[in-house]
Structures are given as structure tokens and as C-alpha cells.
Design a protein. Structure first.
Length: 57
């Protein structure tokens, strides 16, 4: 299942993008977004997010 970022909770700190081994996370206009085609569901970003804005869809 792909991971998604809750835009309402995301503070745009960028911690998730820094640790993503697949570079599947990019900065959008209001928050970060995960490319489901590139994401391998390793959950590294989930563990790194300080506001728990990332979950599996």
C-alpha cells in the first residue's frame, strides 16, 4: 500500500524527503507529496516525520 502525506498535518519541514532512499517525496505548493510509483513502502519517512503526517493509504 502506498504511503500518503496528510497535507493538513504536514509542516513542510522536509525531514521525510531527506531520508527517502528512493527520492519519492517532493515538495508541493502546500506540503510534501509521495509519488506512489516510486515509493517502495519502506516506511523510513513515516518513522522520521515529527508530526505523524505520513500513513499508509
Amino acid at each position: 500500500m502506498p504511503h500518503v502525506i496528510d497535507a493538513d498535518r504536514c509542516t513542510s519541514c522536509g525531514a521525510c524527503a531527506e531520508v527517502c532512499p528512493e527520492e519519492a517525496i517532493s515538495e508541493g505548493t502546500d506540503s510534501y507529496a509521495i509519488d506512489p510509483k516510486t515509493c517502495t513502502d519502506c516506511a523510513t519517512c513515516t518513522a522520521e516525520c515529527p508530526v505523524d503526517a505520513i500513513s499508509q493509504q
